[in-house]
Design a protein around this ligand. Sequence first.
Ligand code: NAP
Length: 334
Amino acid sequence: MTLRVGVIGVGMIGRDHIRRLSAVLSGVEVVAVSDVDAERARTVAAGVPARVLATGEELIADPGVDAVVVCSWGETHERYVLAALAAGKPVFCEKPLAPTEGACRRILAAETAAGRRLVQVGFMRRYDPGYRALRAAVRGGSIGEPLLMHCAHRNAGVPAWYVGESMITDTAVHEIDMVRWMFGEEIAAATVLVPRRSRNGGGLRDPLVLLLETAGGILVDVEVSVNIRYGYDIRGEVVCEDGTASLGEPSPVRVRRAGLAGDPVPADWRERFARAYDVELQEWVDAVRGDGPLGPSVWDGYAAAVVADAGLAALRSGNRVPVSLIDRPALYAD
Ligand code: NAP
């Protein structure tokens, strides 16, 4: 049976997900949309075509909607995820699950009370072929135990709403989740180091380095540069006891011209992670239709929020900030 999905929030990523749910993936159709900008909702709905519902709550309650995709701003996620849980409907929620630890814990309480997993969080790096191959290489046993990881998260530029805290909560949060998934360990502490500022960074402390320590003692450095101009560049190298493993270049082509040879660099995250988003939502659709397990959980969203808070505290104080998580509920056992 085709999964009938309703999408809340039809901004940049909402529209991109509607396109892939409608035109790329199988077993799913978008039947309804909602957005605070009613005109935008009508325009997007006309192109699907789908029905427009006045509010996210109406969309969730609609009997023609089997499952919900939340793509509105982070501050609104809690109310829609809680409404979907109350309605007993599966929900794919774009990251962040919610912007505060308190909000994540309320969602955690609601889902554990329901006693079954209904929520998946949009941490798409877990679905990227490069990161999946890197994880397989690290876990394969041929290069020994992991000791260190070097990461870089570089954006050509950032939108007007982007502030200093966004470097942790919006940008490095992807590495925070990736590291937990890569090594199967919680993050135990965060430190932020700030070098001299880029002249491209406006008022931001750009770049910065986020240091993450896992519970098992792996040290991860994440360079966050968000006005690097040359493109969107994601790097990762894991240093193990007997060797290293790194992400390959994402470009399938090398261009030689004017005395130089080079790999084209993606313009932004939509280009770099296009395949990851496709796989992420296809696996979610298949899981909801009953063929497989759900992906990143409410626990993952909660843990990422707590580590991001520690990163923010480290950015403000210059200190190493320990991470303290509540006990992991049995519902989220590995
Ligand atoms: P966006 O372009 O601003 O789109 C958000 C949309 O939601 C806008 O149309 C906005 O309307 C609407 N909206 C705001 N409040 C709402 C509410 N209460 N109910 C329904 N709709 C509401 O933002 P975006 O870049 O698509 O980001 C949306 C979410 O996706 C964020 O949580 C972001 O962190 C996440 N995201 C994830 C990734 C990823 O790689 N996984 C990438 C990009 C974004 P107005 O414009 O009128 O406010």
